[in-house]
Each structure stands twice: as structure tokens, then as C-alpha cells.
Design a protein around this ligand. Structure first.
Ligand code: ADP
Length: 327
């Protein structure tokens, strides 16, 4: 069963094609991530699936309903947490949720209970009756998530759920998203330009650039698709170690230099142990061993030929650059 099914879904703004013939199927129960740089078309895809923006051509089925012919049913079956703030900071958290529940025709008999449930899910039950204007950015984001869930949707759409939040708050939001997905048995469709976020949360990722999906898979498969992991063994006898290891089937490449042996191997973490064992058998002392597994940054670079951000604004990119320089 698919939560989302699109056929040649396209959105053009005058001469610009924001989304280009998108054919996408997402199974129910997945946390699906659309990963791409700013301007890649992620928000436009979400807006079309949420019936906020009409496609120029093509079609999409969300929860079994057509986004054009059955848009009201689509809207009733989805929850939306977009980047723009939609809660009212002059009201309390509970008042905001009650207002939204009424908009979505949540029966009054169950409304109170459901409001308590969603507040608990996002850890705001203690602040239910505080004015939203007293909330931190992370708390507002959590309230937005609670709001998006109040009517028991089957799919939750999250557009850049942690943008603008500090690292610690981002981690909290990730925990809440994981809990929501499990406890509410939701399909989550999210956009992000953060590699770590996609890697940690999503079990299905599409890398998108210029309105086109470049590659789609689980984070593990995306990373393992790239050639092996890099291992650096620091030792006084790199040549002797290289000779001893030659012919091992997990080694893709090997290069000895003055104080180290650099290897490219299949399944780095597992085979690092074999390298250490071989060194011991050869009576070669190993000073240190470093494993460098591919990240989603490498995957993105491989499929798009560029880094996800052109600017150094994002500290994940600078981490990435440092890591590459260290190789
Ligand atoms: P992302 O969410 O990946 O940052 P968007 O979907 O917001 O990307 O935008 C994709 C492209 O479509 C961008 O080039 C953007 O400038 C353009 N675009 C988005 N919305 C509009 C609009 N309302 N009018 C004109 N161009 C738009």
C-alpha cells in the first residue's frame, strides 16, 4: 500500500521548472526524506501533495485520494507542519489545539483527550496553559507538530522540521519525530537539507536537485553504493603490512607511505578487526587505526557533482570539508 503515488507530477513557474515529471511511490509507514539544497523543489513537491499548490501537469494520489479531484479528503487525512508559524502566540498551547481541532471537526467528545494525548507526545503537557509567546523556538515547533496531529492524520508532512534551531533542540525534535512515527503509526514525508537529519531519521531517502530525483534508497544502501570505506593504519612497517595483507578479498586498494598504510576496503568496521589481527600475526605493531565510512555528503556529491550548500553557512559542510582534507 502506498501513502503517496505521483505520475509525471510537474510544476512550472513561467520558464522555471521547479518539479520535473516526478514519479514517486512512498510506502505507508515510512519516514521518507526529500533531501536537497535550497531551490531543489522540495517545498513545491510538498505543497502539491498537501493540495496547497496545483501542479502544472501530472497527478498524485495521497492516502488513496487524488490531489485535484479529492483535495478535501486529502487535507482531512494529512497533517502539515510547514516552516511558517501557524500557531497564535496570543493563545495558550491548549487553546491553539482546540481551535485547530474545531477546524478539523474533531468530535467534541474526544477533543479534550486528544489534545492531552498530542501535548504529551511532544512533551508540552506541563505548558498546556501557557501563552505561546512565552515558548522557545523548539517548543513552538513541537506545538506545531502537535497541531498537525490533532485530527489523527495518516501522513504527517514536515517541511525542514529543524531549520533555524540550535543543535541541542534539533536533537530533541528528532527524538519527538521518531516517537511520533512509532506511536501514531504515521507515514512521515519530510524535506531537509541537513544530511545528518536525513541519515538519522529517514528509512527512505530521495536526493533531489533541480526538480529531479537523482537517486532513491535507504541511507545505508545509498552509502554502501559508493566504493568501500577508507582505513588508515599508522605503523612503522607499512610496506611489510601491505605485503602481508595482499590478496585479501575485502581489500579494494592499498597504498603504503612513510608511516601509514592507506586502504580502501569493503565493510570497513568489520574488516578493520581482520587488519588488526593480520598485523598481530605478522608481529607488526599498529600505532592507530582510523575508519572513514562514506557519509550522505559523499553520496550527494557523487550524484549531483556538488556539495549540498554552495556557501559555508552550514557547519555540517565545514565538518565535511575538514574530513575530506584529512584524507
Ligand atoms: P526547496 O524547497 O528545495 O528550497 P522550492 O520548492 O521552494 O525549493 O523551489 C524550487 C524552485 O521554484 C526555486 O527555484 C524557487 O525559486 C522556485 N519557486 C518556488 N515557488 C515559487 C513561486 N511561487 N514563484 C516562482 N518561483 C517559485
Amino acid at each position: 500500500m502506498y501513502a503517496i503515488e505521483t505520475t509525471n507530477l510537474t510544476k512550472k513557474y513561467k520558464t522555471l521548472t521547479a518539479v520535473n515529471n516526478l514519479n514517486l511511490k512512498v510506502e505507508t509507514g515510512k519516514i521518507f526524506g526529500l533531501l536537497g539544497p535550497n531551490g531543489a523543489g522540495k517545498s513545491t513537491i510538498l505543497s502539491m501533495l498537501c493540495t496547497i499548490v496545483n501542479p502544472t501537469s501530472g497527478s498524485a494520489i495521497v492516502n488513496g485520494y487524488d490531489i485535484i479531484k479529492d483535495s478535501a479528503r486529502v487535507r482531512q487525512s494529512i497533517g502539515i507542519v510547514f516552516q511558517s508559524i501557524s500557531v497564535d502566540d496570543r493563545l495558550t498551547a491548549r487553546e491553539n489545539l482546540r481551535f485547530h481541532a474545531m477546524l478539523y471537526d474533531v468530535p467534541s467528545k474526544i477533543m479534550g483527550r486528544r489534545i492531552r494525548e498530542v501535548l504529551k507526545l511532544v512533551g508540552l503537557e506541563d505548558r498546556a496553559d501557557s501563552l505561546v509567546r512565552t515558548f522557545s523556538g523548539g517548543m513552538v515547533r513541537r506545538l506545531e507538530m502537535a497541531r498537525g496531529l490533532i485530527h489523527n492524520p495518516e501522513i504527517l508532512f514536515l517541511d525542514e522540521p529543524t531549520i533555524g534551531l540550535d543543535p541541542q533542540t534539533r536533537e530533541h525534535i528528532w527524538d519527538y519525530i521518531k516517537t511520533l512515527a512509532q506511536e501514531e503509526k504515521l507515514t512521515i514525508i519530510m524535506t531537509t537539507h541537513y544530511m545528518d537529519e536525513a541519515d538519522l531519521l529517514c528509512n527512505d531517502i530521495a536526493i533531489i536537485d533541480h526538480g529531479i530525483i537523482k537517486v532513491r534508497d535507504t541511507p545505508e544502501h545509498l552509502k554502501s553504493f559508493l566504493a568501500g570505506d577508507n582505513i588508515i593504519v599508522r605503523t612503522k612497517y607499512p610496506d611489510k603490512l601491505a605485503t602481508g595483507l595482499s590478496g585479501q578479498d575485502y581489500i579494494l586498494q592499498m597504498q603504503a607511505s612513510q608511516d601509514r598504510l592507506s586502504l580502501n576496503v569493503k565493510q570497513g568496521s568489520m574488516n578493520a578487526v581482520r587488519i588488526i589481527n593480520s598485523a598481530q600475526d605478522l608481529h607488526i605493531a599498529v600505532d592507530s587505526i582510523d575508519i572513514d565510512e562514506p557519509t550522505l555528503h559523499d553520496v550527494f556529491l557523487h550524484h549531483t557533482g556538488r556539495q549540498i550548500r554552495e556557501e559555508g553557512e552550514d557547519n555540517f559542510i565545514s565538518m565535511y570539508k575538514r574530513k575530506r582534507r584529512g584524507r
